[in-house]
Design a protein around this ligand. Sequence first.
Ligand SMILES: [Fe+2]
Ligand SMILES: [Fe+2]
Length: 243
Amino acid sequence: MHTSAYWIGHFKANLLQKRINWDQQPNITQNEITTILHSLQAWQLGETSEGRQLIAAAEKYALKTGEPEFVEATRLFIKEEQKHGNNLGTYLDRISMPRIKKNWGDSLFRWVRHLNTSMESWTLAVIVVESTAQIFYQSLKDATGCGLLKEICTDILIDEAYHITYQTEHLAAIYYSKSAFSKNWRKPVYKCFFYCTSLLVWYANSGLFKAGGNTFEGYMNKMYLKYNKTIKKITSPLVMQLI
Ligand SMILES: [Fe+2]
Ligand SMILES: [Fe+2]
């Protein structure tokens, strides 16, 4: 379990890492563009959120827990997501493809986030989406021979692994603060949300997942393993002792 000060240090140091060689030209084929474009545009839009609601939820949470550094850590986390959006956007510009302003999946996710401004629902939603993102960016990387796009994906994959740890620690702290009764009903709700979102992400990006070598069963199996790992960390008595 890490403190917000630790995560501020991590995000600041990570922001200085330059893992992408922007001097190289994209060498993506027309066939690859046809397969990945729709998903690439949708995720580029999803990664560019300003995160105003998340900041508002973080401010509320920081007041409640007396940990003001949490807001700064959240701001830096959002900045890292925006870096992903910028990099994907720059890539779209480089291959002369448009950035989009609207997508049903993105609109749905934004609407769900507007419904509830609690840190718990935010964190849960972020963990699920980031778990799907790990499979998504690995698929994107495997679906193209373009070196530049592969480097952009690798950079995102490195960031996302830390994001999941960061958000999982958070959800564990929130879960720990709940009563035994609250903990009991949360488990099936978390599970249901995790699987429903996983299904939606598959249907919105099945072409890309398949191009990256995934079958529906394979994808759901990976999500099942990710869910188990996450729920174990959140509900583990060991994690609770460390909070
Ligand atoms: Fe991201
Ligand atoms: Fe992320």
